[in-house]
Design a protein around this ligand. Structure first.
Ligand code: NAD
Length: 353
């Protein structure tokens, strides 16, 4: 097993987290950083990193095998290509680029230089997602026909570049990439056949501060992904329905429950039920003896963030495939573009992504 050295460009919130939180394997050592902000450079030195006077100086350091690009989104393409031209392996933060054309340019650069890159689409091992997938993949809900994935808060878009279109701001590029990636990985190799999306501009005109996206996978369920930053009451993180049962995971605590049919046939109540909101027969609660409730214990599920760098070390040693491949990022990028097109044309976009 070899040991590799990495340096960061961009030592803000995420750059620092790569150093202090994510990269735990001693097979990859993050040893240096460059940031345009002197305060961030000072922070990097305090964290024990060598700092460089320019990005070019970082790239000229022969000790560095890997460059981690953690700058605002509009710098990802030029800085990643510059690093590949310098012969460095690139880990680029998500969203890899601002468009599929830009990503194609990055892939062409990789081909031309013979240098590879991966993308830090790192929410494939989040505890809540793993818990949800486990239930679906064990077939506990029967045939799943609807998945709702939501992340909602009420604090708006964070200050800074995320509020500006030119920098690749907006919540679709910020969070959409993760939530769509999770669904694409779960449904793969099924392709997305259509996309409908509404972007929200509740408090910000320039960039979307949320979105609701509905997509269908071939022969698969309807998937809704919603992200909101003006939602003072949060809807559940996961709500999944199958023909034998349903799952709910309310929030990131990952505790949840499954309610499933203990018998297949639906037993109708003889009488109409009179609720506070009026009478119903169709929506009457099921008899208790026809359902079972199974708790999802959040403590059983843990997020695994450092798998990304363990995988990268294995890949560089020649012992594994990259966990996040550029082609996978391209699918996500194209789905996001279909979502933007859907919003601006107020139409369903037919596709084969
Ligand atoms: P940030 O604003 O906290 O940090 C960005 C840093 O880049 C700042 O320190 C800034 O001074 C520096 N910078 C700006 N332009 C630069 C340039 N040309 N050269 C060198 N440094 C430059 O932003 P952040 O939250 O750390 O986000 C950075 C990237 O990480 C974004 O692409 C974002 O989408 C991504 N991110 C990913 C995740 C994830 O879960 N994978 C989470 C948060 C952010």
């Amino acid at each position: 097993m070899n040991q590799y050295k990495a340096a960061l460009v961009g030592y803000g919130g995420m750059g620092r987290w790569h150093k202090t939180g994510i990269c735990k394997t001693d097979r990859i050592l993050i040893t240096g950083a460059y940031d345009i902000n002197p305060e961030r450079m000072e922070q990097a030195r305090q964290d024990g990193l060598k700092t460089y006077e320019s990005y070019e100086a970082l790239l000229a350091d022969r000790e560095i095998d890997i460059v981690i690009v953690a700058t605002p989104n509009n710098f990802h393409l030029p800085q990643s290509c510059q690093a590949m031209e310098a012969g460095k392996f690139v880990v680029c933060e998500k969203p890899v680029t601002m468009s599929s054309d830009e990503l194609q340019e990055m892939m062409d650069c990789s081909k031309r230089t013979g240098t590879k890159f991966t993308i830090h689409q790192n929410r494939r091992k989040d505890a809540d997602y793993l818990a949800m997938r486990d239930v679906v993949e064990k077939g506990l809900l029967g045939e799943v026909f609807q998945i709702e994935s939501r992340v909602t808060g009420s604090r708006g878009i964070p200050e800074g570049w995320r509020q500006y279109r030119v920098a690749g701001g907006g919540m679709m590029l910020d969070w959409g990439v993760h939530l769509i990636d999770q669904m694409v990985m779960m449904m793969s190799p099924a392709k997305v056949t259509d996309v409908y999306c509404e972007l929200y501009n509740v408090n910000y005109k320039e960039c979307d501060d949320g979105f609701k996206l509905i997509m269908h996978f071939e022969n698969g369920p309807s998937v809704m992904v919603e992200l909101g930053t003006s939602h003072f009451i949060s809807a559940p993180r996961w709500y999944v329905c199958g023909n034998r049962g349903a799952l709910i995971i309310p929030n990131w605590d990952c505790n949840g429950k499954i309610i499933r049919a203990s018998e297949h046939e639906v037993r109708w109540e003889e009488e109409i039920i009179y609720t506070k909101a009026g009478p119903t027969k169709t929506m009457a609660p099921r008899a208790k003896d026809t359902i079972e409730e199974i708790a999802i214990d959040g403590d059983k599920w843990n997020s695994d963030y450092d798998y990304f760098y363990r995988n990268l070390a294995d890949y560089l040693d020649g012992n594994a495939e990259l966990t996040v491949k550029p082609e996978e990022a391209m699918r996500v990028m194209k789905i996001m573009e279909a979502a933007f097109e859907s919003h601006y044309t107020r139409s369903v976009i037919k596709c084969n992504i």
